[in-house]
Design a protein around this ligand. Structure first.
Ligand code: PHE
Length: 468
């Protein structure tokens, strides 16, 4: 690709640029909102253990594979595979990734909207004087009995759109360099308060929450827990759909992609575990149910703020940072769709941004109203392991298909391509910046990419459909 073409697509000008952008994509609602509630539903510590194993053994190699493919081709996921394997069907990874980005951003926008509502509630001091049970009520009546989720979802999508259209992603990353550390600090403050809450009893104590989070109860380990952990690890790291192929395509040839991937995965995992430490001690201390589902953190956090000195200010600070974290993830999702529409369908970036935002917002409107207007639109899901029957509304269906199927399958295809269909010396050359960097982990990486990752993903799938 010619130099002019390259600079037209833009490039990350410093190592910190790509780390900030990729971390911005990775850290978001996935860590703070989704990780705790999925862990809660899956029974705690055993989930955490599997999750951590998946991050190291599967997530990290997939992330690095995406960076390698992105930087080698300087293309969107779709174009990347067409360039690497012309005339062969690998571009399907790009199609799946675009569909996944579409579906994820639809429900992500809804949760981004919940975050804005809670920022508004913080500013207008609506948590004051409410009991833990009243907080649960408050969330349910917001989500299940008003159009507010829709208004806020539209607002969130509009913000995402404006950032992408103005081409100020880099500007946002500058802010997020300041706001991410503040998010971590507020999380630590919240965790400290959560851990020091008074106990009602042995079972209703912060300690019980910590045990729930960190002590694996292997009797809880089943096919569904593995499946949940796999989907969550892909979602949290932003992998499996080409978002990081797209970001990889903007990485400088002199950057060390290996250390970048490591730093991004570590910070993302740290954020998730920290969110767990902030949430679960309080869930138990307030006698709430860890299996509350999507509402969990919105139910719990306000009560923690209520019980702390300066809670008013901290809640505002926290929800501002969370909104920004959500936005830096949302722009990377939108970017996949926009890059694909503009580079593959020959639209201008502006037109591609307008069209994709409109379509996603429309789909997201149904997601946002899934507990209200569209609450009867649901499918029954029977848990193969426990036999439990649950109803999946539209929001949950989007989440289920994209996270549990599209992302892991995308990741599977990406590593199979890199491990089995790309010349090994070319991969090494790309990873080592033409031999300038020492990549002593190369053999391990290739072993993971060729064998461990594909086999692990296939086992988790077969296990889920009940083959074993
Ligand atoms: N990783 C982001 C989060 O945790 C969500 C995301 C998924 C972003 C996939 C991009 C691609 O919030």
């Amino acid at each position: 690709m010619s130099q002019s073409n390259l600079s037209a697509r833009g490039i990350f000008t410093s190592k910190f640029g790509i780390i900030a952008a990729a971390t911005g994509s990775a850290i978001g609602l996935g860590n703070i909102w989704r990780f705790p509630y999925v862990l809660g539903e899956s029974g705690g510590g055993a989930f955490l253990l599997v999750y951590l194993l998946f991050i190291i053994g599967i997530g990290l190699p997939v992330m690095l594979s995406e960076f390698i493919i992105g930087r080698a081709t300087r293309m969107n996921p779709f174009g990347a595979f067409r360039k690497l394997a012309p005339g062969r069907p690998w571009f399907i990874v790009g199609i799946m990734g675009t569909i996944a980005a579409f579906m994820i951003l639809a429900f992500y926008g809804a949760v981004g909207g919940w975050t804005l509502e809670y920022l508004y509630k913080s500013v207008t001091n609506q948590f004051a004087g409410k009991s833990a049970d009243e907080m649960v009520q408050m969330f349910e009546s917001f989500r299940g009995a008003s159009y507010r989720p829709l208004l806020w979802q539209i607002a969130f999508m509009l913000l995402t759109f404006l950032i992408v259209i103005a081409g100020i992603e880099k500007g946002i990353e500058k802010y997020s360099k300041i706001l991410m550390p503040i998010l971590f600090i507020t999380l630590i403050v919240i965790a400290v308060r959560s851990l020091t809450l008074p106990s009602l009893s042995d079972k209703a104590s912060p300690m019980a929450g910590l045990k729930f989070l960190f002590r694996p109860d292997f009797s809880k380990l089943n096919a569904n827990v593995l499946f949940d952990a796999l989907g969550q690890s892909f979602f949290s790291l932003s992998i499996g759909m080409g978002a990081l192929i797209t970001y990889g395509s903007y990485i400088k040839k002199s950057d060390n992609m290996g250390s970048t991937a490591l730093i991004v995965s570590l910070s993302d995992t740290f954020a998730a575990v920290l969110a767990g430490v902030a949430i679960f001690p309080a869930v138990f201390a307030f006698g709430l149910n860890p299996q509350a589902g999507e509402g969990l953190v919105f139910n719990v956090l306000p009560s923690i703020f209520n019980s702390m000195q300066g809670g008013y200010v901290i809640s505002i600070l926290f929800f501002i940072c969370l909104t920004v974290a959500a936005l830096t993830s949302a722009i990377s999702l939108l970017e996949v769709v926009v890059a694909t529409f503009s580079e593959e369908l020959g639209m201008s970036r502006r037109k591609a941004s307008v069209i994709s935002t409109l379509l996603i917002t429309l789909l997201g409107a149904v997601a946002a109203l899934s507990w209200y207007v569209f609450k009867d639109f649901s499918v029954k899901n029977i848990n193969d392991v426990t036999g439990e029957i649950s109803a999946f509304n539209f929001f949950m269906i989007l989440d289920y298909i994209s996270l549990k199927y599209l992302l892991p399958l995308g990741g599977l295809l990406i590593v199979i391509y890199l491990g089995w269909f790309s010349p090994r010396d070319k991969v090494l050359k790309e990873l080592s910046n033409e031999g300038k960097l020492k990549v002593n982990y190369f053999k391990v990486l290739m072993f993971l990419v060729r064998f461990v990752v594909p086999i692990a993903i296939i086992i988790v799938f077969l296990n889920e459909v009940g083959v074993f």
